[in-house]
Ligand binder design. Structure first.
Ligand SMILES: [Ca+2]
Ligand SMILES: [Ca+2]
Ligand SMILES: [Ca+2]
Length: 217
C-alpha cells in the first residue's frame, strides 16, 4: 500500500515537471504593449504572428514593407495601404482571442483618409464605419518615408457578433473599403492564468493530501 502511494507521488511529480516544461513555455507572456491609452496585457502575443492575403491584387509595398508583413506584429509605422473591397487578408494570432467581458479586438485606420473597415468570422462580414473610429492621440510616420498620419482605432466585443462568453477564435479576416489603411490589429484580452500556476496550485494540493495520508500512519 505504501509502495503504491510512493509510486503515485513519483509519477505525479514527473507529470508536474513535464507540464511545466511543455505548457509553461507556450504561455510566456511579454510585457504589456501600450498604444495611445489602450493596453494589450498579452504583449507581443496580442498581435498577429502571421498574415496572409486571401483575395485581390497585392498592394504595393509601402515604405519597403509588404502589407502582410506590415499587419503582422505591433508596429504602428507599417500596415496595409489603400486596400479596397476586393482585398481580403487573414490574420492569425499566437494566443486565442477569448470573448472576455467587454471589448476583445482592436482595429486601427491611418487617417490619411477617413475610411471604414470590414471584418469577418466564418465569412459573415461586418463593417466598422468611419465615425466608429476614435483618435488614439498617436501620430506616426510610415517607416522609411515622410508620410505622417493620425492613428485612429475602434474596438469590438465578440458578444455583439454571436460569440458566447469564453468562446474563442484564433484567426479572422479583414477587407478594405476603397482606401482603408489598417496599421495594427490586436487582441485586448487580459493575461490568462498560466497553466503553470494552475498546475502548481493543484500539484501543491495533491502533495498536501498525500503528505497528510503519510503522516496519519
Ligand atoms: Ca503594423
Ligand atoms: Ca467580449
Ligand atoms: Ca485611412
Amino acid at each position: 500500500m505504501k509502495k503504491l502511494a510512493q509510486k503515485k507521488l513519483v509519477m505525479s511529480c514527473i507529470f508536474f515537471i513535464l507540464n511545466i516544461i511543455f505548457l509553461g513555455s507556450s504561455y510566456s507572456i511579454g510585457a504589456p504593449i501600450i498604444i495611445g491609452e489602450t493596453s494589450f496585457p498579452l504583449g507581443i502575443n496580442a498581435f498577429p504572428n502571421f498574415v496572409a492575403q486571401r483575395l485581390g491584387p497585392t498592394p504595393p509595398p509601402f515604405g519597403g514593407i509588404s502589407a502582410t508583413d506590415g499587419l503582422t506584429g505591433a508596429d504602428i509605422d507599417t500596415g496595409a495601404f489603400n486596400i479596397g473591397r476586393s482585398q481580403v487578408f487573414e490574420l492569425l494570432f499566437p494566443i486565442p482571442i477569448v470573448n472576455q467581458p467587454g471589448d476583445d479586438i482592436y482595429f486601427t485606420d491611418a487617417r490619411f483618409s477617413f475610411d471604414a473597415l470590414n471584418f469577418s468570422f466564418d465569412n459573415r462580414w461586418f463593417r466598422i464605419a468611419p465615425q466608429d473610429f476614435f483618435d488614439t492621440g498617436v501620430d506616426s510616420v510610415i517607416r522609411g518615408t515622410t508620410k505622417a498620419f493620425d492613428l485612429f482605432a475602434a474596438t469590438i466585443d465578440l458578444s455583439d457578433f454571436g460569440f458566447a462568453p469564453g468562446e474563442s477564435i484564433t484567426s479572422f479576416k479583414i477587407r478594405g473599403v476603397n482606401e482603408s489603411d489598417p496599421i495594427v490589429i490586436g487582441n485586448l484580452n487580459a493575461v490568462p492564468i498560466p497553466h503553470t500556476i494552475l498546475l502548481l496550485a493543484t500539484g501543491l494540493i495533491g502533495l498536501g493530501a498525500l503528505k497528510r495520508k503519510f503522516w496519519r500512519r
